[in-house]
Design a protein around this ligand. Structure first.
Ligand code: NAD
Length: 478
């Protein structure tokens, strides 16, 4: 018996959770439950995180969490429980299978069968944002090597264990050469360890267009957090089944499984909701727990039920569906089909003992790191970069001289274009002329001179070489 934590959530949550638990119990799932309260009631009791301290203890003790959707109350101050849970528990991997169930569920893409593996902890979701000037706000995009390695290895291991043929990486490394560039580089390194699995890289814009148009050419897709967020909703939608999809959030110790839809408050308490999304989350969970025979049995019975045309209102269609049923009746139909397989849709056969081999991240030896310059960001209300350059040129040390000024990343000095629109946020780059290493004392001297010259410094960044390789971007147009 495996003890797991469940939360019935809000809106349609309790109904779809009851239906899901009933189906997996009937299929023979070896599970015991601790139930916790999360969501609206907890938020409205004054807890802005939507979950009590004791509930965290239960989740951490049981390690596996099946969660129904919750309602986040309108208005400020309430933190997303999903984002908090992923980050607190280190759930680095979000896995979302998007498969078409044509002709039983309408879709323009009858052959689609994609799994999106989305990085879940970092990227712009680090939530580090600052207003720096009257006109400019910044959000930091944080990409780490462990973050990349863990998610990319997860994607390849998933492909290996589930017999998938290809892993595609989506990034925008033609623009973000350092951050997306690292993700792409790690993808190439790890792909080389899996020669039996095909690999490829697409730039996210054209890749997403291709996926929306011809999804059948993709198999497993691995990508960064924000891209994965957008892409996985598109993929679920074009598969025809946002309401039918589940997802897993996997960490080194804990994991959380859920439906991808929300709490649909208008449908609550009417025995109308489709429990399939949460049931799909539960199938992912059973596989994760190694209860693969039960997962196979549930999945095939579910596919058979859809094939029989027994549909809830959201997917009911005259001519295709045979019976419009409520949540409870749908669950009963799936239970009645346990032990049977679909005839037209692809039946599944999850293999016993399939475990993903996910080694702990090993730190690499530290690189040789040399400081060769400094970017000083200043708040300045002028518009002519030459004027700012004249001010900044008064500043410097024996090694550090003004090398370039950019505005929103575009080089405006030397030799800028008068047409370039400038805000009040300027980056002044000071570099050692011959790439010689400098000391931090020189940076302190630069900043001291800024104060003396009444320059409003808002942020600074060091410019480094790592193992002799330039580890910062050039200005656009440089
Ligand atoms: P929603 O997914 O709840 O509903 C969108 C539409 O899909 C509605 O028309 C709804 O009736 C329908 N729908 C959703 N699930 C269905 C199901 N299982 N069966 C039949 N129809 C279904 O999205 P929303 O209306 O934007 O959000 C409602 C609430 O859910 C909000 O408070 C939101 O914050 C929350 N939410 C929670 C989660 C989560 O807990 N993981 C995710 C998304 C939204």
């Amino acid at each position: 018996m495996q003890r797991i934590t469940i939360a019935k959530g809000d809106g349609i949550g309790p109904e779809i959770m009851d239906a899901t638990l009933e189906i997996i119990k009937a299929a023979g799932a070896q599970l015991e439950y601790d139930e916790i309260e999360v969501g609206e009631k907890v938020y409205l009791s004054g807890n802005t995180s939507g979950i009590a301290k004791e509930s965290w203890d239960t989740i951490i003790k049981n390690k596996v969490f099946l969660k129904a959707p919750i309602t986040t109350p309108q208005g400020g101050g309430y933190k997303s429980l999903n984002v908090t849970t992923r980050k607190f528990l280190g759930l680095y991997s979000n896995v979302r299978p998007c498969v078409s169930l044509y002709p039983f569920v309408e879709t323009k893409h009858p052959k689609m069968d994609i799994v999106i593996v989305r990085e879940n902890e970092e990227d712009l979701y680090a939530g580090i944002e600052h207003q720096q000037t009257d006109e400019v706000v910044q959000c930091l995009k944080i990409i780490s090597r462990p973050g990349c390695e863990k998610i990319i290895r997860y994607a390849f291991e998933y492909a290996k264990v589930y017999g998938r043929k290809k892993v595609t990486c989506f990034t925008k490394d033609n623009i973000m050469k350092q951050s997306d560039g690292l993700f792409h580089q790690v993808f190439d390194e790890i792909a080389a360890e899996y020669p039996e699995i095909e690999n490829e890289h697409w730039i996210i814009d054209i890749g997403a267009a291709k996926m929306a148009d011809t999804p059948e050419v993709f198999d497993v897709i691995v990508t960064l957090n924000l891209y994965g967020d957008v892409l996985s909703d598109i993929a679920a939608q074009i598969a025809g089944s946002v309401g039918l999809a589940g997802s897993s959030n996997i960490g080194e110790e804990c994991s959380m499984f859920e439906a991808i839809h929300g709490s649909a408050p208008r449908r609550a308490g009417q025995n109308m909701a489709n429990p399939s999304g949460l049931l799909q989350g539960a199938v992912l969970m059973l596989n994760h727990l190694g209860q693969t025979e039960v997962a196979t049995k549930v999945q095939n019975a579910w596919l058979k039920t859809l094939e029989d045309g027994i549909h809830t209102y959201d997917i009911f269609k005259e001519g295709v569906s045979t019976q419009k049923v409520g949540t409870k009746e749908f669950a009963q139909a799936v239970i009645a089909n346990l032990g049977q397989s679909p005839k037209q849709l692809n039946a599944v056969d999850y293999q016993k003992g399939q475990v993903l081999n996910l080694p702990k991240y090993k730190k690499r030896p530290q690189a040789k790191k040399e400081l060769i310059g400094h970017d000083i960001f200043v708040h300045w209300n002028g518009t002519n970069a030459d004027e700012l350059a004249a001010k900044m040129n008064k500043i410097g040390t024996s090694n550090l001289k003004l090398n370039m000024i950019t505005n929103r990343g575009i080089k405006v000095w030397p030799e800028g274009f008068s047409q370039t629109f400038c805000t009040d946020h300027w980056r002044c780059r000071f570099k050692s002329e011959d790439g010689k290493a400098i000391s931090k004392d020189e940076i302190i001297s630069l900043l001291q001179q800024c104060i003396e010259n009444e320059i409003d410094t808002i942020k600074t960044e060091n410019l480094y070489m790592f193992d002799g390789k330039m580890a910062f971007s050039l200005g656009q147009g440089q």
